[in-house]
Design a protein. Structure first.
Length: 176
């Protein structure tokens, strides 16, 4: 995948994001769009650049993060997790929307992502529009609060476009 494969909105914002100023100001980035359009690619690229500049970065998928939070709750180690979680300058939380959550998972994810709002940066990738986030969290009030907090002074990037994987597969099939 290359920069040219990204949807136009993403290409337009790459220069802004490349400065990593969003990390200094504690702003979030939400990359939302259909699968195969470069959300994870873009998030990882920004994460690598941030690491190279000395920032502390965590890459995780939302399902893995939720599992870790639930394990910490049952082990009574949430405070230690919180202390580690807060030390990251940037957290990349990939794949919001592929797995639906129970009430406990939704509450934990809400709590720990909310802790960072306005202070530390988070990049979230999702294939779901905000109108569909209640399908994940199952609680309209918590969903509205999560969207409100995560989008406040955040960059929201429209990643809808053609799948680069589908494009590569078609090219590969033609070569066979």
């Amino acid at each position: 995948m290359s920069l040219e494969d990204l949807p136009q909105d993403a290409r337009d914002k790459v220069k802004v994001f490349s400065s990593l100023g969003f990390i200094e100001t504690g702003q979030n980035i939400i990359l939302a769009g259909n699968p195969g359009t470069g959300k994870t690619y873009m998030a990882i690229g920004l994460g690598i650049k941030a690491c190279n500049k000395g920032y502390k970065v965590l890459f995780t998928t939302i399902p893995l993060l939720v599992n870790e939070l639930k394990e910490c709750r049952s082990d009574r180690t949430l405070r230690a997790f919180e202390n580690r979680f807060e030390k990251y300058d940037l957290i990349i939380a990939d794949e919001l929307g592929y797995i639906f959550f129970d009430k406990e998972a939704s509450e934990l994810l809400f709590t720990y992502l909310s802790l960072r709002v306005g202070r530390k940066s988070t990049i979230i990738t999702t294939h779901l529009s905000f109108e569909r986030w209640d399908e994940i969290f199952k609680d309209p009030i918590m969903t509205a609060a999560m969207i409100d907090r995560l989008t406040h002074k955040s960059y929201i990037v429209n990643m809808n476009g053609n799948s680069y994987r589908l494009k590569e597969t078609k090219l590969w099939l033609e070569e066979q």
